[in-house]
Design a protein around this ligand. Structure first.
Ligand SMILES: Cc1ncc(COP(=O)(O)O)c(C=O)c1O
Length: 394
């Protein structure tokens, strides 16, 4: 083989459209710093609960190691449907309307592949989880960012949305509680989004992976699934996962609820892409839903304490202003008054304080002027990170 022919064959244009994620850049840098305090990663620092691990080991021992149906094992689909009825007030048929996915990431990709054609447009949050834009680009659709503003508590402005709709708009993607802001969409705002979706005949892709990460500060912060609102079930693809709630990021398991035709389309695509989700992870997920839930409660109470420590500390820095996040496990301080761009300040903090934080610009144009710090680390480490950052800001 001559080297010329190697060079002539290029990766696809769609793969080249995917840049290196802003988080990955920071990650690569701090990986070489043994004393770094890691506040960049969106992953609970807890271990997967023992009962879940035991269920996986038991599945292996019992030989549950073969392919499963492409939409998942019936027991897990039933447990998911019961959970969605009990906790989210949505009535899905477990056989036809639930699809087990390889985490929420795969759920989002399948939902996009099942709903969008080439050139279709989908409204996506800005700031928002960067993978949304990548996933939309991969399927050949077009992401149209809608702006979320700190001044309105990151609620969705329906009038602005209406201005973005064209005849190619097929869907809107929402995420509550949100990454990176830790904001939640109120029931009133979700009802407005539902009315908007009905008026414009759009699908809604609703990413609810942080549903359990809700904090109460006097007011009631509730998780409302848009699919539970009137007439919304059949136009929503509800996406969730075990990754965050049960500290199972590496198990790659999640689920989606959708109308029969969309769930069927997602299942066919899942079959073509990976046949089925890991059988062992499916049995582990079944135990996660059916077993004791105290690990979830303990994790949320640890996050509640860390959130207070981090947000209080950030607000003491000159030029920082950090609203108390209502959900997820991220603080998203406004750093505009420091005079630094978000990537400059993030790099300075990484290089000089050895604390890994992510520039807001990694989450879209509207993230500029902010940093994201995940409080998926111990109170002691968060306190030490604050001491280090204070030193270098001084
Ligand atoms: C908003 C959001 N959705 C989905 C995911 C990915 O979830 P999973 O690991 O289940 O694919 C993340 C991970 O950071 C996220 O922040």
């Amino acid at each position: 083989m001559n080297s010329q022919s190697k060079i002539a064959v290029k990766p696809s244009a769609r793969s080249e459209s995917l840049g290196l994620s802003g988080i990955r850049v920071i990650f690569d840098k701090v990986s070489k710093m043994p004393d770094a305090i890691r506040l960049e990663f969106g992953e609970p620092d807890f271990d997967t609960p023992d009962n879940i691990k035991a269920a996986a080991i038991d599945a292996v021992r019992k030989g549950k190691t073969k392919y499963t149906p492409s939409s998942g094992i019936p027991e897990l689909k039933s447990a998911v449907a019961s959970k969605l009825k009990r906790e989210n007030n949505i009535d899905y048929d477990p056989v036809k309307e639930i699809v087990v996915t390889a985490g929420a990431t795969s759920g989002i990709n399948l939902a996009l592949l099942a709903t969008m054609d080439y050139g279709d447009e989908i409204l996506v949050p800005d700031p928002g989880w960067a993978t949304y834009v990548h996933a939309v680009n991969i399927v050949g659709a077009k992401p149209i960012p809608y702006v979320l503003r700190e001044s309105s508590d990151y609620s969705i402005d329906i009038k602005e949305l209406a201005g973005l709709v064209t005849r190619k708009t097929k869907a809107i993607l929402i995420n509550s509680p949100s990454n990176p802001m830790g904001s939640i969409l109120s029931r009133t705002n979700l009802q407005e989004i539902a009315d908007f979706a009905i008026d414009h005949n759009l699908f809604v892709l609703s990413d609810e992976v942080y549903e359990k990460f809700l904090y109460q500060d006097g007011g009631m912060n509730e998780q409302v699934s848009i699919a539970s609102l009137n007439e919304m079930k059949d136009r929503t693809v509800m996406i969730n996962a075990f990754s965050k709630t049960y500290a199972m990021t590496g198990w790659r398991i999640g689920y989606a609820g959708a109308s029969e035709n969309i769930a069927g389309a997602m299942t066919k695509i899942n079959a073509a892409q990976c046949s089925c989700v890991s059988t062992i992870s499916q049995y582990a997920a079944l135990e996660a839903l059916k077993g004791p839930q105290d690990s979830v409660r303990n994790m949320i109470s640890a996050f509640t304490e860390r959130r207070q420590v981090l947000v209080k500390g950030l607000n003491e820095f000159s030029g920082f202003r950090c609203a108390m996040p209502k959900g997820a496990f991220y603080a998203f301080p406004n750093i505009k008054e420091t005079g630094f761009r978000s990537d400059e300040l993030a790099m300075k903090i990484v290089d000089k304080a050895h604390v890994a934080v992510v520039p807001g610009s990694a989450f879209g144009n509207q993230g500029e002027g902010y940093l994201r710090l995940a409080y998926a680390n111990s109170v002691e480490n968060i306190q030490e990170a604050l001491v280090r950052i204070r030193k270098i800001l001084n």
